[in-house]
Design a protein around this ligand. Structure first.
Ligand code: PLA
Length: 408
């Protein structure tokens, strides 16, 4: 880590401009400021005490109230986006230290993916094909298709081992046309709960580099896989260290329990602050006609927690507790299924990580569980482990065992 904490001044300007020439985003033009919200930006930047903002239509009485509920900037609450980027990339990340990460707040993880898809469809200078792991979160395909990208798949999950099809994954990466976009689940892969090991991530990073593919990380569960936000950011941080330019979608739904507040961020690493400014100007032009500017309340909560040492520690402890509770439910479920003599191999319940378990239950079994036992899960056999607790785990295990034995 130490090696990457070099201050900006020590990086030779020559290297920065070389990076800019090689950058994926070197041809993105600076966009004009928004005719209305751009006025607020100019107002905020003005330091004169006599300043008055008559640009945006926001009612004010004789005395300004604080904190207000006025519109956020198009790219969101700056304290929040700063904290979000730090959480994902790590404090000592080179592009972060160089002020070279373009970022916008988003409508949670989904919105981040959608902004990313739209930005890539407009500005990615190469083939507009994005490869998703098979399987992936069900909403990935429509998000990217509706963004204007072509969606294809790469091998990921091996049914026979109930694990990662690493050989298939590598072969598919090697066979992709150069410069294709690859979607990677940063941690706690949904729906399988199967992640590459750190060593496998390093290999994946090498192949992606060789093939000049563009990695787009979806990090919807930072902290949920291992209980450590640092550990779960391994892949993202390794790729950045290895010199990749990346796109990143972050969600604070799960790790902060802010589901309905819709708190997220989309970021891109760029070559330097000048390129970052150009890219951000274009992110604004993507966002403004979609939803104008993001919701305020959840971002305020997240930035308060992330920006305060005591609250941060307390929150991180809670993330750890959530991850550990899920892990303990995995053990209880596994032990119950085995104790009840349930046919089949159930080790994957404990080896998978994150929010979900891909149980291996068949579609008819999931149907009979809903119809006869009132137990609901997606038809691919995915269960949210977090929905299990000490009150319902025994009923659930018995019902699954009966369903597998054909006794329900
Ligand atoms: N990316 C992945 C991999 C996800 O699993 C989810 C949510 C998101 C992004 C988006 O979450 P957000 O917009 O709420 O931040 N997946 C959930 C919920 C938890 C859903 O489908 O919307 C799921 O049950 O799969």
């Amino acid at each position: 880590m130490q090696a990457f904490s070099r201050p900006l001044a020590r990086i030779a300007p020559r290297n920065l401009s070389r990076a800019a020439a090689l950058s994926t985003w070197s041809a993105v033009p600076a966009g004009p400021p928004d005719p209305i919200l751009g006025v607020t930006e100019a107002f905020k930047a003005d330091k004169d005490p006599r300043k008055i903002n008559l640009g945006v239509g926001a009612y004010r009485d004789e005395n300004a109230t604080n904190p207000d509920k006025e519109y956020l900037p198009i790219t969101g609450l700056p304290e929040f986006t700063k904290a979000a980027v730090k959480l994902a990339y790590g404090e000592d990340s080179i592009p972060l230290q160089h002020n070279a990460i373009a970022v916008t707040q988003s409508i949670s993880g989904t919105g981040a993916l959608r902004i990313g898809g739209a930005f890539l469809a407009r500005f990615y200078p190469n083939t507009k094909t994005i490869y998703l792991p098979n399987p992936s979160w069900g909403n990935h395909t429509p998000i990217f298709r509706d963004s204007g990208l072509e969606v294809k798949q790469y091998r990921y999950y091996d049914k026979t081992t109930v694990g990662l099809d690493f050989a298939g994954l590598k072969e598919d990466l090697k066979n992709m046309p150069e410069q294709s976009i690859v979607l990677l689940h940063a941690c706690a892969h949904n729906p399988t709960g199967v992640d590459p090991t750190p060593e496998q991530w390093i290999e994946i990073s090498d192949i992606i580099q060789e093939k000049k593919l563009f990695p787009f990380f979806d990090m919807a569960y930072q902290g949920f896989a291992s209980g450590s936000t640092t550990h779960d950011a391994f892949a993202v941080r390794h790729f950045v260290k290895a010199g990749h330019q990346i796109a990143l979608a972050q969600s604070f739904a799960k790790n902060m329990g802010l589901y309905g507040e819709r708190v997220g961020a989309f970021s891109l690493t760029t070559a330097d602050p000048e390129e970052k400014a150009r890219v951000e100007s274009q992110l604004k032009i993507v966002v403004r006609p979609m939803y104008s500017n993001p919701p305020l309340h959840g971002a305020r909560i997240a930035s308060t927690v992330l920006g305060n040492h005591k609250l941060y520690k307390e929150w991180h402890g809670e993330v750890e507790n959530m991850a550990n509770r899920i892990i303990s439910m995995r053990h209880r479920l596994h032990d119950n299924l085995v104790a009840q003599g349930t046919p089949g191999e159930w080790k994957h319940i404990t080896s998978q990580i994150g929010m979900f378990s891909f149980t291996g239950l068949t579609q008819p079994q999931t149907k009979v569980l809903a119809d006869k036992a009132h137990i609901y899960m997606t038809s691919d056999g995915r269960i949210s482990m977090a929905g299990l607790n000490s009150h319902n785990i025994d009923y659930f295990s018995e019902s699954v065992s009966k369903a597998v034995k054909g006794l329900l």
